[in-house]
Design a protein around this ligand. Structure first.
Ligand code: ACO
Length: 325
């Protein structure tokens, strides 16, 4: 018995910051940001807003489209590194916001790979037969973790949430295979200390730069391209499918140049990739489920299509899910 994604949803904070807005705060330019990253604008949390509210909104949409209520769920899994609380977990906070019953709710912390990891965890437990209906959320607010005076990181991130409902189902459709990889050895390519402090763009106090996101961008760029390429080949080979059979690649949206380079190395037609980084920036674990929801809306996903999801992020972590839609 496998598991199938039956519906999707997304929600982002209303505050939208363009590259031109950033030009007024930082020594940067729309041209630099756009040409080096593909980002044009991003949605960010304001001081006092809660990411849980957006995750709950994305979840309600997915539940409604699945024809379900929170009471129908057997589990909630959240891919996130942005909980305002060390405990309760983010998933428990979403559970409360939805009014879901006393089913297991747990977080999976894998930074930008959070959704890929959470989907694999939920699929694995569903295959074991314990859950029949699971809500999988990807949500992050990395804009609250940057030093808003550091142009090399402040321009990259946006906030938001996406959600999918998974149902256990026999037959050929659903998650065919997932492969997850980590390398703690490379932890310091991308990190942020857990201080409990938040630093929204409009916050009165500026985050201590030592407690903001630390990133070795160019090294990360090279590793992201190679790791996402390698894990994609591995998952396709493991599932016994050819890369040519993939209908749509929905990658983590970190940098348009990373995505383009990965697609080129894989030899997959650039028309087969879904990107929306121009409008959201890097939303970490939220990027894949937001992109899936938009791909559904744009009619880019048909029943039985072979969909490849992949990501790379802090940890380092990386992974891929191959899904028969
Ligand atoms: N505006 C203008 N100039 C800038 C900016 C900015 N916002 N940021 C950096 N620069 C300058 C640098 O200071 C440098 O100037 P110098 O040559 O005078 O020293 C110059 O631009 C080039 O800097 P690089 O860091 O070499 O630029 P690069 O082309 O590598 O792009 C970037 C930087 C966009 C961060 C890229 O390395 C990248 O995307 N890396 C991956 C990072 C990433 O995606 N992180 C997210 C999480 S991990 C993941 O999701 C995969």
């Amino acid at each position: 018995m496998g598991s199938r994604i039956v519906s999707t949803g997304r929600a982002v904070p209303p505050t939208c910051i363009s590259n031109r807005d950033l030009e007024r705060r930082l020594d940067t330019s729309h041209e630099w940001i756009c040409s080096r990253t593909g980002i044009i604008r991003r949605h960010v949390l304001r001081d006092g807003e809660s990411l849980v509210d957006f995750a709950a909104e994305a979840s309600r949409q997915a539940l409604q489209r699945a024809g379900m209520e929170a009471g129908d769920l057997d589990a909630i899994v959240a891919g996130t590194v942005s909980s305002e609380y060390a405990f309760p977990s983010f998933a428990c906070q979403v559970q409360r916001a939805l009014g879901a019953p006393t089913v297991p709710a747990l977080d999976v912390a894998a930074a930008c790979s959070g959704f890929v990891y959470a989907l694999a965890v939920a699929d694995g437990i569903m295959r074991a037969g314990d859950w029949r209906r699971a809500l999988v959320v990807g949500a992050d607010a990395l804009s609250t973790m940057v030093n808003w005076r550091d142009r090399s990181t402040a321009v990259l991130f946006g906030d938001g949430a996406g959600a999918v409902v998974m149902v256990s189902e026999p037959g050929p459709r659903g998650v065919l295979k997932s492969i997850l990889r980590s390398s703690g050895e490379m932890w310091d390519l991308l990190s942020v200390r857990a201080t409990g402090q938040r630093g929204a763009i409009d916050a009165a106090s500026v985050r201590d730069p030592r407690d903001a996101i630390q990133m070795r961008g160019p090294e990360l760029f090279r590793i992201a391209v190679k790791s996402m390429e390698d894990v994609t080949r591995e998952v396709a080979e493991g599932a016994g499918v050819s890369l040519n059979d993939i209908s749509l690649v929905v990658p983590h949206q970190a940098n348009l140049r990373i995505i383009n380079a990965m697609m080129e190395r894989l030899g997959i037609d650039q028309e087969k990739v879904f990107t929306n980084i121009d409008r959201y920036g890097n939303t970490s674990a939220a990027s894949v489920p937001i992109a899936l929801d938009e791909a559904v809306e744009a009619n880019r996903l048909q029943s039985n299509d072979l969909v490849l999801i992949n990501a790379c992020g802090g940890g380092l972590t990386w992974g891929a899910n191959l899904v028969r839609w």
